[in-house]
Write a protein that binds this ligand. Structure first.
Ligand code: TXA
Ligand code: MG
Length: 325
């Protein structure tokens, strides 16, 4: 699966090309599209396998939460609890280069891999006619990080997108260069309006709109580098990694043809495993299991991101002692 070659279509922005791009998204495929900031790599945010393919295509060694794109504020607000301040910023700056991180509404159809298991969701209404048309034609939430290979700069033309992702994604909608050229400004609201990432809309304009200053993030939510969040979903139950057997009292998560309680992917498909990871961890927490063990996951392709997340979920915490193998 990992190195399967895909033909990448280069699409324009007329009605039939946009309709085709929307069909590809509906079929769970990846489509890069222009926004006013940078090109995004889009997938259906309700389809965990499609979202897992984003991480695979980018070669991202870790899962971080993705921004979800909507054609208008009403569609975006359906998925989150909008505070008064968030609504004020949305009214002032959307469509535009602003992402708001807000609590997910219970029952939202966004899959757990999009939020990396966090209880919050980053939402944005981009200001680009081709993006709006695509989002309208698709009719659902589109998760999209910048459409570059992991570790490289964000793309502002379709050529940039193709130079990294040709053969890894199904299509790119080419609308020429992006006007803004830097990513959106990200504002969170935990403990007051906070600048999580500077970007296309100056923080001064946001502060002027709110009538007060923005906070800077505390250590736990500071991205240590762009795109890297320290906070992450960790289970209540301790996790033992690389388990070759199931000890008494453990719930075993397997991979491939093994005897276990929950299998990330019976066929050993890393994309399927990534798609299941966060929902399985959450499910086990909800069931109140006491101990979790996880079979070895191959450490290549998406397996690296899965192992990174499992290692961090398994790391000792003050409220939870280290378990020994
Ligand atoms: O302009 C942009 O924002 C572009 C276009 C395509 O919309 N997108 C973009 O996405 O830059 P990406 O994945 O490259 O950066 C998303 C950033 C990451 O640093 C991520 O950690 C943060 O948004 N983020 C997303 N959801 C979050 C959440 N729930 N809490 C905190 N940070 C979040
Ligand atoms: Mg990026």
């Amino acid at each position: 699966m990992a190195d399967e070659k895909i033909i990448t279509e280069r699409l324009g922005t007329d009605g039939s090309d946009i309709a085709h791009a929307a069909e590809l998204l509906q079929a769970g495929k990846l489509v890069a599209f222009p926004t006013e900031t940078v090109y995004g790599l889009g997938a259906d945010a309700r389809n965990a396998v499609a979202v897992a393919k984003i991480f695979e295509a980018k070669g991202r060694p870790r899962f971080n939460p993705l921004i979800v794109h909507f054609p208008d504020t009403k569609a975006a607000a359906a998925h989150v609890e909008m505070s008064d301040e968030a609504q004020r910023l949305a009214d002032a700056f959307w469509p535009g280069a602003l992402t708001l991180v807000l609590p997910l509404k219970p029952g939202s159809t966004i899959c757990e891999l999009v939020t990396a298991g966090l209880p919050t969701l980053g939402i944005r209404v981009p200001d680009h006619p081709a993006a709006t048309q695509l989002l309208q034609a698709f009719g659902g939430p589109v998760a999209a990080p910048s459409a570059n290979l992991s570790g490289l700069v964000s793309p502002t033309t379709a050529e940039h997108v193709l130079s990294g992702l040709m053969g890894r994604i199904s299509a790119v909608v080419d609308a020429g260069p992006c006007e803004v050229g830097v990513e959106s400004t990200i504002i969170g609201f935990e403990g007051g309006a906070t600048l999580l990432r500077p970007g296309g809309i100056p923080s001064e304009a946001i502060e002027a709109c709110l009538g007060h200053g923005l906070k800077t993030p505390t250590a736990s939510i500071t991205p240590s580098a762009p795109g890297q969040l320290e906070s992450h979903y960790a289970t209540q139950a301790p996790i033992r990694l690389n388990a070759s057997c199931q000890n008494p009292g453990e719930t075993l998560i397997g991979f491939g043809h093994v005897d276990c309680d929950l299998n990330l992917s019976l066929s050993g498909d890393l994309v399927e495993a990534a798609a299941n990871l966060f929902s399985y961890l959450r499910k086990l927490d909800e069931q109140g299991v006491k101990k979790i063990a996880v079979c070895p996951i191959p450490d290549h392709g998406l397996g690296r991101a899965i192992n990174d997340r499992l290692r961090r979920a398994a790391a000792p915490r003050p409220d939870r002692p280290l378990t020994k193998d």
